[in-house]
Design a protein around this ligand. Sequence first.
Ligand code: ZN
Length: 410
Amino acid sequence: MEISNIDFLYDNEKNLSIINEWFKNFYSIGTDESGGVTRLGYTKNEDIMHGSLRNLARSIGLKYSSDEVGNTYVYQDDYEDCYMIASHLDSVINGGRYDGVAGIVAGLLILKWIKENNIKIPVKLCAFRCEESSMYGIATVGSALVTHKITHEKLKKATNKEGVSLYDALKKRGYSPECKKIDNIKGFFELHIEQGRILEIKDIKIGFVSHIAAPTRYWLTIEGRQDHSGATPMDFRMDALCAGAMIITKLEEIANIESINKTVGTIGYIDNYPNAFNVISGKVKLGIDIRGIDKNSIDRVSGDIKEYIAKVCSDRKLKYDLVNISSDEPVKMNENLIKKMEKAANKLSEPYYVMPSGAGHDAMKFVDICPTGMIFIPCRGGISHNKDEMINYSDLLTGTKIIFETLISF
Ligand SMILES: [Zn+2]
């Protein structure tokens, strides 16, 4: 589409001051003792964030609505078919102020440009509910509900600390887990902080996401024999922790081999029983997390570590129990859309880097619905899910311009 005057796009001073003002608007909501923010999904603090977004929309003269599960939409005109710019307004416990909110601010700025310059692009901003898994143990809830990617069974199984299921919590709030499936979306954009250090190390301000990695996870419990550490000779032992240690380092070794395919493997969770100086470990529980963008590579790591677990436990005459808790498919972003965004970046003379995302995002739920793309901007030191999360507003503005330029290129 031809737009005669896009000077507003280049008034950096004005745009940066708007971005600054909007972040200030959200700043104090959910501030906790850590100095960070706690705005958990489907809680009062998340409601206040959505209320603040509605107030900002009203102040710009935009319309807004919400759906049957509490997601908030902001738009100039309620077009039948539209592009969507989306992210989330909830946070983890003691989280930062830019994870999710950056994408909402980007979308709102585009709508402000559209409104003030009377540009006819059919676009809606959506703030999805409960993107973080901190509250109910499952992530991207609001986007999964409206794309029908979550079963009622899963909603009923997912509970908060008090044992209330997500299904019951939704019902109690007057929401409807049986909501209508979202349709008529022509394209989906999400701008998000990188939550890693790659862009900062490369000194590049814009990343285009090629794939979103998916986790395969297991709980592994190894049963040994709890014995006196002084009275039990080395050859009489059935030490569960020693077997666990071998498995931890073996996973690192296997994942290192598959790192050429960008697969990573981590054991970051360990419970050791009874965990005492003078007692040989009788039981160990490990949380195994394997992620990547290539399912075959993830499956190879899974297969190799399973084989090794069986061997170590058999050699050491230990019993074990391995439970798979997730094996999600990695998703690929739309290549055509990436090309269009690259073109927009070139037009703005902005260097970019095409990279996978290790973390999950709402965008994952849209890849099979419409062309879907994600833009990353750096966060200082790669720090995220932390009160010290920080971004440069100028990077956010650059990413927003790229989305806008892409939208007008259709
Ligand atoms: Zn996020």
